[in-house]
Write a protein that binds this ligand. Structure first.
Ligand code: NAP
Length: 192
């Protein structure tokens, strides 16, 4: 079975968006800098990290806010964040219509991960948005955390590691890639 991993661009103060993320401004105020390593400032080291993620992705699992903000003309067209890679969306209220690549799950994170792994096979279930990662950690189903640490302090927005339980989560650092773009790609195994 493939691993469950989160891979997100994060500011040094822990935000994966700036303040007021919305369909018009998916990464919030000032947050677009979080993804510059994927475009304008990308170096061969950044591209290698990205290619590894693209090659490994079996299913993307996300929360409904990510879907609402980014689907269609929000930036993804008729696909998801990785084109036609299947996407599962956690939600309380599935939409009446959606592009074919999306499957909506209403019975919680454990069910969503089980369904995603069944489709992904040996490939990675990649978590997208902050709440899926937090819930996967809480139920002991997250294997890996990859943070693309961007040298900016955003001061507000969506925190990647909000709403964790009281117990510490121990990690083992697995890899550090210092890209010439200024981004540090950090990868950790979750110790369980
Ligand atoms: N920096 C990066 O690399 C990066 C990457 C990806 C996304 N993002 C950004 O992250 C933001 C979204 O992240 P987010 O953490 O705010 O929201 P999210 O995780 O995408 O969505 C949260 C929503 O998902 C639904 N949900 C989550 N868990 C559920 C469960 N167990 N059962 C039923 N429904 C559940 C709920 O919506 P309902 O109750 O409405 O159904 C909840 O309000 C977006 O702005 C996106 O652009 C950044």
């Amino acid at each position: 079975m493939g691993k469950v991993a989160v891979s997100m661009s994060m500011s040094l103060d822990g935000f994966v968006t700036g303040p007021h993320d919305s369909r018009k401004n998916p990464l919030g105020e000032g947050g677009e800098v979080l993804h510059h390593w994927l475009g304008p400032t990308s170096t061969p080291a950044d591209q290698a990290v990205l290619q590894e993620m693209v090659d490994g992705a079996g299913v993307i699992l996300m929360g409904r806010r990510s879907y609402d903000i980014c689907v269609g003309d929000g930036g993804w067209g008729d696909g998801g964040p990785a084109g036609q890679v299947p996407c599962f969306v956690l939600t309380h209220n599935p939409p009446a219509e959606a592009p074919d690549v999306f499957t909506f799950v209403t019975d919680g994170i454990e069910s969503a991960i089980a369904q995603a792994q069944a489709v992904a096979g040996d490939r990675v279930v990649g978590l997208h948005g902050a709440t899926a990662a937090q819930q996967a950690l809480a139920v002991g189903l997250l294997d890996e955390i990859q943070v693309h640490l961007v040298p900016v302090l955003l001061g507000g927005g969506v925190r990647l590691f909000d709403l964790l339980g009281a117990d510490p989560v121990n990690l083992e650092r697995d890899r550090v890639v210092e890209a010439g773009s200024g981004v540090t790609h950090l990868r950790y195994r979750v110790i369980r």
